[in-house]
Design a binder for this molecule. Structure first.
Ligand SMILES: Nc1ncnc2c1ncn2[C@@H]1O[C@H](COP(=O)(O)OP(=O)(O)OP(=O)(O)O)[C@@H](O)[C@H]1O
Length: 374
């Protein structure tokens, strides 16, 4: 166990039903059954408890984000799905088979139904785009003529039919990742694992690649497992999310639920990076943390559903009998739902803020007090 792991405080797992405990999902694509993964001590380096008590299922056809900070155990988890690592305890069932029990030829056959894409694309520089995509088909022993047809189909699917004869050095980052995606899909996998696949791309290219993955999920029904340290990636693509911290699942569920009611501090810190966090500068510079008896309390509220934010300000003003002001607002579409982040100014100091927070909590609306302005 390393220093980071030994300091970790065990927290209860927050379950929100969408990603069920392994046993509760009748026929999932991936089922982690009470997994632990320990990397043993090696050449004077201490052993590492990389994963502990992992027990959940990934539904067929879903897009599931697995998010965590560096060292949280994301890559270990994804390598268990394609059998590159074996769990220390527990089983990993993929498409009905215990992949953790397979070895040799059987494992290689099972791995053909699990595609993977990588942050740095992992293309062979000596092969053209078409030849990179053909590689897994050659390994699987496909006849040459069939490979040609399949490669042309895949190049068209990922939108680079004209790059057939280009070498990786002649392609942009986004085009290289399209080749990576085509190669991963070549053997018609049922699962696509994406390990930080957009981390090396600029925001615009990231959006295009995430759109492509969404289309692939929709049109081919491929289950996608998305490893990332960026909540913006989860927000754009995933419907379900699993939050990992120090090798444990600390929160999981529908993305829109997690965005509106984050429970674990690590989830809250991920959200703070993406949800309209910025206050108007003139306001932020005057914000103080000490409660004020008068002046405005500044409260941030997360709301869900089209139009939910519109009525909230009026309802709160009615309830408090005060002029509630809207200081900033942002609406996103997350996990197929509208999620809004509103920053409200509430006159009447600490006592009004306390009443406002009680009202919001009574109505299961997630809110936090950011501070006060005189
Ligand atoms: N092959 C290995 N041998 C020993 N320790 C390992 C090995 N692979 C990972 N670890 C350790 O296991 C823990 C989890 O690592 P993992 O790579 O799964 O996390 P991660 O969330 O993917 O991190 P990152 O985002 O930095 O890639 C870390 O403490 C890491 O140092």
């Amino acid at each position: 166990m390393n220093a980071h792991q030994s300091l970790a405080v065990g927290r209860p797992i927050e379950s929100r039903e969408a990603i069920s405990p392994a046993a509760a999902e009748p026929d999932p694509m991936v089922r982690f059954e009470d997994i632990s993964k320990v990397y043993p001590a090696y050449r004077g380096k201490p052993g590492v408890n990389a994963l502990q008590g992992i027990d959940f299922a990934i539904p067929r056809g879903s897009i599931t984000g697995v998010i965590g900070r560096s060292g949280a155990g994301k890559s270990s988890l994804v390598r268990l799905i394609n059998g590159l690592e074996k769990p220390t305890t527990g089983r990993v069932i993929v498409d009905g088979r215990d992949i953790s029990a397979l070895a040799g030829h059987e494992l290689r056959l099972a791995q053909r139904s699990i595609g993977m894409i990588f942050q740095h694309f992992n293309l062979l520089s000596s092969r053209t785009a078409a030849a990179n995509i053909a590689l897994p088909l050659e390994i699987a022993g496909w006849p040459k003529a069939e490979i040609r047809g399949r490669v042309a189909e895949l190049l068209a699917l990922v939108g680079i039919a004209d790059k057939h004869d280009r070498y990786p050095s002649e392609l942009s980052g986004g085009q290289k990742q399209r080749v990576g995606i085509a190669r991963a899909l070549a053997t018609r996998p049922s699962v696509l694992l994406s390990d930080e696949a957009t981390s090396a791309l600029d925001p615009q290219t990231t959006r295009a690649i995430l759109d492509l993955l969404a289309n692939i999920n929709r049109e081919l029904g491929v289950t996608i497992v998305l490893i990332t340290h960026e909540m913006s990636v989860v927000r754009q693509l995933a419907k379900e999310v699993v939050v990992l911290d120090s090798g444990r699942v600390v929160e999981k569920g529908h993305v829109a639920d997690i965005f509106t009611h984050p429970k674990h501090p690590i989830t809250q810190s991920f959200l703070a990076e993406v949800i309209g966090d910025s206050l108007p500068v003139s306001l932020a510079s005057r914000l103080v943390q000490e409660p004020l008896a008068s002046g405005h309390a500044v409260i941030r509220v997360q709301v869900r559903g089209a139009g939910a934010g519109n009525t909230l300000v009026a309802r709160l003003a009615r309830e408090l009998g005060l002029d509630v002001s809207l200081l900033s607002a942002r609406i996103d579409e997350i996990g197929g739902q509208h999620v809004g982040s509103l920053t409200l100014g509430i006159p009447g100091g600490e006592s009004a803020a306390t009443r406002a927070l009680a009202f919001l909590s009574q109505h299961q609306i997630s809110a936090e007090r950011l501070g006060y302005v005189a």
